[in-house]
Design a protein around this ligand. Structure first.
Ligand SMILES: *Cc1c(COP(=O)(O)O)cnc(C)c1O
Length: 357
C-alpha cells in the first residue's frame, strides 16, 4: 500500500467479481449473464449511434426513461437510470442510510451491500437467514435500519411474494426498503405495485441478467418522485453522464423488443427446471430458485471439490467461501446445450468419485 492511500479506505475489502477468463474456452456459468445474444437490431442501433460519440449523452436519459416508464406504467419522474444497478445501490447507501441508523440486510445475500456500507463507513447489521435460507421476516419487520432485500435473493434464488415484502415495508413507514429485483423476470413477482401505496420503497432493476446487456452496464430503479430526485442529486454530484450513448441506444432498442426478452426469460426458467430435476436425480439438494441460476450441494461431494472438478473440465461456476454456504455452488443457467454438457460432466465427476446415483 502506498503512503498516499487515504486512511479512510485502508481497511476496505473490495467486492470480488466472478472470474472473467480471457480465453473463452470455458463454459461460463459463474456470473449469471444471459446466454442469448441481443438481436441484430440492437447492434444496428449501437452502430448508428456511434457517429454521435463526439457529443455527450443526455444526462437525463429522457427518451429511454419515457419508454421505460410507459412499459412499466409509472411516471418518467419515478424512474432513475445509471451505469449498471450497482451504481444505484451505491447511491441508495449514500442517500438513504443515515449514519446514526445504519443498514440491515441478510447474512447471505448480494455481497456488494456490505462493501457499500464499508465504503461509506456506515454501520450495518446482518440478519441471519433461517435454516432453510428463507428471510427472517419478523426480524426484518422489527429492524429500524434501511433495509436491502434482494428478491429473488442471491445466491440462494429464493423469492418472497410481494405480500410478504409489503408486511415489511408497512411495518415501519419511517425507514426505506430497497428491493433489489436483479432476477425478478425469471419467475418471481415484482414489488413494483407497492410504489403506488408506499413512499418508502425503492425498486432496483438491471439489464445485465434478463436483457443480455451485462457488458453495456445499464441499471434502473423505480421510486417516488422525491426519492428519485434525491438520487439524481447524488448522480449529478458525481458523474451526470454515467450512462453512455451506445448503452442508451442499445437499452432503448431492447425495451422495444420486450417480447423477445420475456421469451428468453421463459426459456431460461424452463432450462433451470430441467437442470434442477437432473441434479436432484443425481442426489443434489437444490434450492427452489426463481432466478437464472441454481444453488446446489451434494451430500457426498464438497462444494469446493465440485467447483474444482468442473473447472478442470472447462466449466466455471461460482463458489463462495462463507462457511454457511461453502458446500454449495451457484450455477448460472446457460444455453440448453451448455446445461446438457454441464449435467453430463457432473455425472462424470460423481462416477469418478465413486458416488453412486
Ligand atoms: C448482478 C446483480 C446486481 C448488479 O447488476 P449490474 O450489472 O450492476 O446491473 C445487483 N444485485 C444483484 C442481486 C445482482 O445479482
Amino acid at each position: 500500500m502506498s503512503r498516499f492511500f487515504s486512511s479512510r479506505y485502508r481497511d476496505l475489502e473490495a467486492y470480488v467479481p466472478g472470474e472473467q477468463p480471457k480465453q473463452m474456452k470455458y463454459i461460463k456459468l459463474n456470473t449469471n449473464e444471459s446466454p442469448f445474444p441481443p438481436s441484430q437490431s440492437v447492434a444496428d442501433a449501437v452502430a448508428k449511434e456511434a457517429s454521435r460519440l463526439p457529443l455527450y449523452p443526455d444526462p437525463e436519459c429522457t427518451e429511454f426513461r419515457e419508454e421505460l416508464a410507459a412499459l412499466y406504467g409509472v411516471f418518467k419522474e419515478e424512474t432513475f437510470v445509471t451505469n449498471g444497478s450497482d451504481d444505484i445501490l451505491n447511491f441508495a447507501f449514500m442517500a438513504f442510510v443515515d449514519p446514526e441508523i445504519g443498514a440491515a440486510f441478510a447474512d447471505i445475500t448480494y455481497g456488494f451491500y456490505e462493501v457499500f456500507a464499508e465504503l461509506h463507513h456506515l454501520p450495518y447489521k446482518k440478519i441471519p437467514l433461517l435454516d432453510d435460507f428463507s428471510l427472517d421476516i419478523e426480524a426484518f419487520k422489527k429492524a429500524n435500519e434501511t433495509l436491502f432485500i434482494a428478491n429473488p435473493n442471491a445466491p440462494t434464488g429464493l423469492a418472497l411474494p410481494p405480500s410478504v415484502i409489503e408486511e415489511i415495508v408497512s411495518s415501519n413507514p419511517n425507514r426505506m426498503v430497497v428491493i433489489d429485483e436483479a432476477y425478478v423476470e425469471f419467475g418471481a413477482e415484482s414489488c413494483l405495485p407497492l410504489l403506488k401505496k408506499y413512499d418508502n420503497v425503492l425498486i432496483v432493476r438491471t439489464f445485465s441478467k434478463s436483457r443480455s446487456l451485462a457488458g453495456g452496464r445499464l441499471g434502473y430503479a423505480f421510486g417516488r418522485q422525491e426519492i428519485i430526485s434525491e438520487l439524481n442529486t447524488l448522480k449529478y454530484s458525481m458523474n451526470p453522464y454515467n450512462v453512455n450513448r451506445l448503452t442508451l441506444a442499445a437499452g432503448l432498442e431492447i425495451l422495444r423488443l420486450d417480447e423477445i426478452v420475456q421469451e428468453n426469460c421463459r426459456q431460461i426458467s424452463l432450462i433451470r427446471e430441467r437442470t434442477a430435476q437432473k441434479l436432484t436425480d443425481m442426489g443434489f439438494f437444490v434450492t427452489d430458485s426463481r432466478a437464472n441460476f441454481l444453488f446446489a450441494r451434494h451430500p457426498q461431494l464438497s462444494g469446493e471439490e465440485y467447483y474444482a472438478e468442473l473447472k478442470k473440465r472447462g466449466v466455471l461456476v461460482r463458489h463462495f467461501s462463507n462457511p454457511r454456504i461453502v458446500e454449495y455452488n451457484r450455477i448460472s443457467i446457460g444455453s440448453a446445450s451448455d446445461m446438457e454438457t454441464f449435467c453430463r460432466l457432473t455425472a462424470e465427476i460423481l462416477k469418478e468419485k465413486e458416488i453412486s446415483l
